[in-house]
Structures are given as structure tokens and as C-alpha cells.
Design a protein around this ligand. Structure first.
Ligand code: HEC
Ligand code: HEC
Length: 338
């Protein structure tokens, strides 16, 4: 009898532990994040360390550029106003710095999917000569001299020193924790709000023409597509082709999420469009070859009114709570809110 009771208690304990691991931090209309498992290996202290690192220009060779220099929290971690990213010594990068949020649903990173593990992603900007121009080894040496990093490391592990693995995991813990699902669209999904007539009309058009690639509720299907942009002879960028070497991927880029779209201008991989109206003009004029549907060409017969309606709908994807989420902003030395 006693043994039975004991077994039941153990089972209940296991069940609760399991539920703890599987705890949903995402809305019920979202799929499970592909990075959910790796996220269970991170602790709040690792995220705190990652947050301090993200905002610290010591990561660059001359201490002038931090991750946040190109990924500004107040613009959904994108680099507003700069078509192409600006790194150390004002050197110009090859692409527009993308917004960072809901990365836990992504299985590959960068606009061409060049990086397939989030825990090595940070090495790319760190070592790029036109971004931070540093080496991992030298950054770790610099960090290990500083008492604030020694204290942060001691809160995570026995040792006070930061290893390359802890450095990379902590940055991953921070960027994977940037969640955005508190927009008006989300409150409509939760039946807490309703669309205006114009937004509702725009939503219908959106589902008809845009959703195949910018799929709800994340507003991307994470595939690589060519969306009809004309080639820029000055900066030819082959996109996904450079990674897959499949000619079908020429000039294809990862379909970007359209959440927080008002803040992440300029648009496209090279930041060629400054306004949503310019983007809609592009789609209304161009025939977008949707490789998704076996190269079926999709035509977008969008009237001027349709375009305005779609823009009104796109604005419901802005998440102001995310932009001002204190837990994501510049931290104090302990990685907490100042
Ligand atoms: C000089 C500007 C610059 C700096 C500094 C920078 N980034 Fe980026 N970041 C970019 C650009 C540009 C891309 C897109 C690169 C590409 O597609 O090749 C990007 C892409 C990313 C991505 C992938 C996003 C996605 O949707 O796939 C992540 C994550 C990221 N950066 C995090 C960081 C972190 C962490 C740091 C600091 C260690 C950092 N970045 C520093 C410009 C920058
Ligand atoms: C065939 C797939 C596809 C369809 C259909 C599509 N898009 Fe896109 N969209 C893309 C890709 C790919 C990009 C990124 C291109 C680049 O970076 O060069 C993009 C970029 C964008 C951007 C810029 C995002 C940013 O952060 O830079 C906006 C806005 C946008 N699309 C809106 C729309 C709207 C509105 C529709 C419907 C009228 C639509 N798209 C239909 C694939 C598509």
C-alpha cells in the first residue's frame, strides 16, 4: 500500500517537472518554438550575462561597437535609418541589420540562412572586419579582467572566468528570449480587441496575397524566396544561392517577419525601400515568382486603396510593449533592470 502511494507521488513529481520544462511562454496560437529544447538549458543568470554582453562595446576591437549599435531595442533590435549596417570605424556592411525577435522559432539564421546554430551566430559579427573586428580569444581576455564579468560568471558556475562556450551560450540565451506577441493583431487573436473596417479589409487582402510567404502567426514561413527585387549592380548579393549553390535560390532571401514592421525600416536585405508604401508599390508592380508553389507566378493586382488597407493591417503587427520591455533594455552591471 505504502509503496503504491510512494510510486504515485513519484509519478506526480515527474509529471510536474515535465510540465515545468514544457511550460508555454508563447501564445496558444503559436507553434512550439524549434529552439524550445535548447532554451531549457539556459538559466536566468546566463540570460543576464548575455544581456550585459549584448550592450557592451568591449566586444569590438576599439570598444566602439556593441551588438546593440546595429540592433537597437527601441526599433525592435533593427538598425533604423541605415540601409546597410555600419560597423567599426564607420565601415559599411553588406546587408541591412535585421530586427531580432521570435528567433526561437527559427532553425537557421542570417538573411541567407548561413548559420544553422544560434550558439555560433555571434562569431560572425564579432570577427567580421566591417562589424566588430575582434577575435573570440581576445574578447575573453578583455572580459576576464573585469570584476563585473567575474561576478556574473560566479553567479552561474564555480569559476569566475568566462569560457568561449559560456560567452556564446549567454548571448544565445539573450537573443532567443526576445519575444514579440503583444501587438493589436495578437489581442484580436485573443478576442480582446477587434480590427477597424480598414484593417479587416487589409487582413483579407493580406491573406490572399502575402500570407503564402509571410505566414501567420509569425508572419514568415522561414523559407528562402525571391520576391522580385531588381538586381543592384553596385552590391550584387546572390542571397541563399551562396549557401545552397542551388540556382533556384539565386537572389532568394529568408522571408522576414512583418511584425514590428513600422520600426524596422528601411526594408529588404539592402534597405532599398524607406516606406511601406514603397514596398507595396513594388509588390503591385512586380510579378513575384512564388517558388513555394512550384514556380507559379503570383500577380498582385493591388489598387491604391488595397495598398492602404494592407498597410493599415500591417500596422496592427507593431508591438509597442516589446519595444519598451524593460527586461530587454540596457541593463545594470548585474544584468538586471537599472
Ligand atoms: C555592424 C552591425 C552589426 C553588429 C555589430 C551586429 N550585428 Fe547582428 N546582424 C547584422 C546584419 C547585417 C545581419 C544580417 C547578416 C546576414 O544576413 O549576413 C545580422 C544578423 C544577426 C542575427 C540573425 C537574425 C536572423 O533573423 O537570422 C542575430 C541573431 C544577430 N545578428 C545577433 C547579433 C549579436 C548577438 C551581435 C553582437 C555579438 C550582433 N548581432 C552584432 C548587423 C550587426
Ligand atoms: C514569394 C514570397 C513572398 C510573397 C508572396 C510576399 N513577400 Fe514580402 N518578402 C518576401 C521576401 C523574400 C522578402 C525579403 C526580401 C529581401 O530581403 O530582399 C520580403 C520582404 C517584405 C517586406 C520588407 C520586410 C523587411 O523587414 O525588410 C515587406 C514589408 C513585405 N515583404 C511585405 C509583403 C506584402 C505586404 C506582401 C503581399 C502584398 C508580400 N510581402 C508578399 C517574400 C514574399
Amino acid at each position: 500500500m505504502k509503496l503504491k502511494l510512494f510510486m504515485i507521488l513519484i509519478l506526480m513529481g515527474l509529471l510536474m517537472a515535465f510540465k515545468g520544462v514544457k511550460q508555454h511562454y508563447w501564445p496558444n496560437y503559436f507553434p512550439e518554438p524549434v529552439q524550445a529544447r535548447i532554451q531549457t538549458t539556459y538559466t536566468p543568470e546566463m540570460r543576464a550575462l548575455g544581456r550585459v554582453l549584448f550592450y557592451d562595446p568591449i566586444l569590438s576591437a576599439d570598444s566602439s561597437v556593441s551588438c546593440a549599435s546595429c540592433h537597437n531595442p527601441y526599433t525592435a533590435f533593427a538598425h533604423t535609418d541605415h540601409a546597410l549596417s555600419h560597423g567599426i570605424g564607420d565601415s559599411i556592411g553588406k546587408r541591412n541589420a535585421p530586427a531580432l525577435f521570435n528567433l526561437a522559432w527559427q532553425s537557421a539564421f542570417m538573411l541567407d540562412g548561413a548559420v544553422n546554430h544560434i550558439e555560433v551566430q555571434a562569431l560572425a559579427p564579432l570577427s567580421a572586419s566591417n562589424e566588430m573586428a575582434e577575435t573570440l580569444e581576445h574578447v575573453l581576455t578583455k572580459l576576464n579582467r573585469l570584476p563585473r564579468y567575474q561576478a556574473l560568471c560566479a553567479s552561474i558556475q564555480q569559476s569566475k572566468s568566462i569560457s568561449s562556450s559560456l560567452f556564446l551560450k549567454s548571448l544565445a540565451a539573450f537573443v532567443l528570449s526576445l519575444n514579440s506577441f503583444e501587438s493589436k493583431y495578437d489581442s484580436v487573436k485573443r478576442h480582446q480587441s477587434t480590427f477597424t473596417t480598414q484593417e479587416a479589409k487589409g487582413y483579407e487582402k493580406f491573406k490572399q496575397y502575402c500570407n503564402a510567404c509571410h505566414a501567420e502567426p509569425l508572419f514568415t514561413n522561414y523559407t528562402y524566396q525571391y520576391n522580385g527585387l531588381s538586381l543592384d549592380p553596385q552590391y550584387p548579393d546572390l542571397g541563399r544561392y551562396a549557401i545552397s549553390l542551388n540556382p533556384k535560390d539565386s537572389f532568394a532571401f529568408k522571408v522576414p517577419s512583418l511584425r514590428n514592421i513600422s520600426y524596422t525600416y528601411p526594408y529588404m536585405h539592402d534597405g532599398r525601400y524607406k516606406t511601406l508604401q514603397a514596398v507595396l508599390n513594388h509588390y503591385a508592380e512586380k510579378q513575384v515568382s512564388a517558388k513555394l508553389n512550384n514556380n507559379v507566378t503570383t500577380v498582385f493586382p493591388l489598387s491604391a486603396n488595397d495598398q492602404l488597407d494592407i498597410i493599415a493591417f500591417l500596422k496592427t503587427l507593431n508591438d509597442v510593449q516589446f519595444l519598451f520591455n524593460k527586461d530587454n533594455l540596457f541593463p545594470n552591471d548585474k544584468g538586471n533592470n537599472p
